[in-house]
Ligand binder design. Sequence first.
Ligand SMILES: Cc1cc2nc3c(=O)[nH]c(=O)nc-3n(C[C@H](O)[C@H](O)[C@H](O)COP(=O)(O)OP(=O)(O)OC[C@H]3O[C@@H](n4cnc5c(N)ncnc54)[C@H](O)[C@@H]3O)c2cc1C
Length: 476
Amino acid sequence: MSDGLAALSARVRSDLARIAHPSMPWLTPVTGPDGRPALDVLIVGGGQSGLATAFALLRSRVGNILVLDKADAGSEGPWLSYARMPTLRSPKDFTGPDLDIPCLTYQSWHEAKFGEQSWRDLNLIPREYWADYLVWYREVLDLPVRNGCEVIDIAPAAGGLLQATVRSTDGETTIHARKIVLATGQEGMGDWNIPEPLRHLPPSRCVHSGAEIDIATLRGRRVAVIGAGASAFDNAAVALETGAARVDLLCRRAEIQLIQPYRWLTFRGFLRHFSELDDAWRWRFMRAVLELREGFPQHTYDRCAVHAAFHLHEGAPIVAARETADGVVLQTAQGEITADFVISATGITMDFARRPELKRFAGNIARWSDRYRPDPSERNDRLGAFPYLADDYALCERTPGETPWIRDIHVFAIASTMSFGASGSSINAMTTAVPKLAHGLTRGLFTADIDKHWASFQAYDVRQADVRRGAAGRQA
Ligand SMILES: Cc1cc2nc3c(=O)[nH]c(=O)nc-3n(C[C@H](O)[C@H](O)[C@H](O)COP(=O)(O)OP(=O)(O)OC[C@H]3O[C@@H](n4cnc5c(N)ncnc54)[C@H](O)[C@@H]3O)c2cc1C
């Protein structure tokens, strides 16, 4: 570690110690049905959301927690895998996992590592730097993370606990916890979405942009990219940069979308209070935002447009696809396009039963379509499938009483978007959303223990003063 970074790490520890108040532990240990200690909170997913949630809980003196991630240490989340852009899209001064602690910001890390001039010269944050920053963040905060551990089942357990089944190279084990936070990323409540006409194609011909792709194999080949959001352009760009013979980007809409709705909604009022609006307002806003999808920045477009092999087709939804000896023939509203390989950059779908850890109770997770019926002009079945979350990000039951224990499972990912606006997992919303989640978790833990707190208060007999000593010292 460089001297600058070592000094920053020391500063983080010192600053956090100065603002540790109130530092008294307040949760009593709980034992699971197997006789082993149970966690207060198990966080599934060690990407930026899981890490920031762990930090917020530690600051709230909820220390009996654990973060599990199926990925290897340092490779959590998209940054070193399917994020195919050289830099983050957010402006460099958007703070996030730091939760408003100045010495924990990306800027502080960057300046400590590369100097203040380097920060001033920086345009956007290289995504590898962001991944490095998250590794440092986890280390400096000493967050309890275990990698190579996949949660494959969540079930109710005796004593009002949850039981998570965890698979690792050591086999399967169980962990008990009072609460579970699912910070499982973009596809965490379903899967990557591939349009129906492409679904019969084999992975050698068509994959989702969220999959691992050996980009070098695209050299000299014809590539079709489906979708026109930021990820679609990123995938087209890496194919072009690696020497693809031709890249066709197929945009379903009549025109590509040029505005980025998430920029509009990045203000404290919206981020903090959107979730307090009634269902009609929340539906109206998020339907408009999510139907627009993610806009792409100028540099993302330029990265493609400089290549003569790049062809953009607007108003070209996929109608059908067939495999031929010459490649995949994509039938679009604008005619046919033949490609050797298709990348479908078409977002996610909510489908709870597709996730092993949700399977047991998938059928009873309340969706927006169960709770709110929009005007027919505002209907959208895709968005109706998003989970309808309580004000602490907890799952709600579709049929009350069938699986009441899911009330202790909290979702902190893009799936939270319909209920909370910007979900919190994107950088722009974290400083507002993570404290809100932590507040909901501590509220649940505190209120569930209210009898214990009352008994503890009644038994409290720590005297602050010795009045007899005062009397003895009084002057006659
Ligand atoms: C390509 C791309 C670019 C983006 N660029 C930006 C940007 O510039 N600015 C911005 O604000 N946002 C951006 N985002 C959005 C958001 O910041 C990222 O998606 C970010 O990774 C979200 O963090 P997360 O922790 O919620 O999820 P992730 O980083 O995806 O982490 C989820 C973790 O959960 C683990 N996991 C999942 N299921 C299990 C399980 N059952 N058991 C154990 N572990 C599990 C995964 O291994 C993963 O490490 C981008 C997203 C993508 C996809």
